[in-house]
Design a protein around this ligand. Structure first.
Ligand SMILES: [Zn+2]
Length: 99
């Protein structure tokens, strides 16, 4: 699903505020945790401690890797759905103002 140098967008906010939904990144490398969770390392996104911890198996990852499920490729169906939902909400709000 992910490729090195691919542009991705965060689809969720990071629990500790390292990135927010809608932020764009480029994939630096792809890995997986011992428990099977797919991980991404992203250019210009570094964990302050230099390592991250897997919430699933509690394993420490000695690099700034984040869950791949927090991101979507820019051109993916997931992102298009997400975008359409946001637009739908915006239209709904606009209609509320107009009435
Ligand atoms: Zn894990």
């Amino acid at each position: 699903m992910f490729k090195v140098n691919q542009e991705v967008v965060a689809i969720k906010n990071h629990s500790q505020g390292l990135f927010t939904k809608g932020q764009h990144f480029v994939v630096e490398s792809i890995s997986a945790c011992g428990c099977g969770m797919e991980l991404l390392k992203l250019f210009k996104l570094t964990a302050p401690s230099g390592s991250t911890r897997c919430n699933c198996c509690m394993g420490v990852i000695n690099d700034s890797y984040f869950y791949a499920k927090m991101f979507a490729p820019i051109d993916s169906v997931t992102f298009a759905d997400e975008l359409l939902r946001d637009i739908a909400i915006e239209i709904e709000e606009e209609q509320l103002i107009l009435k």
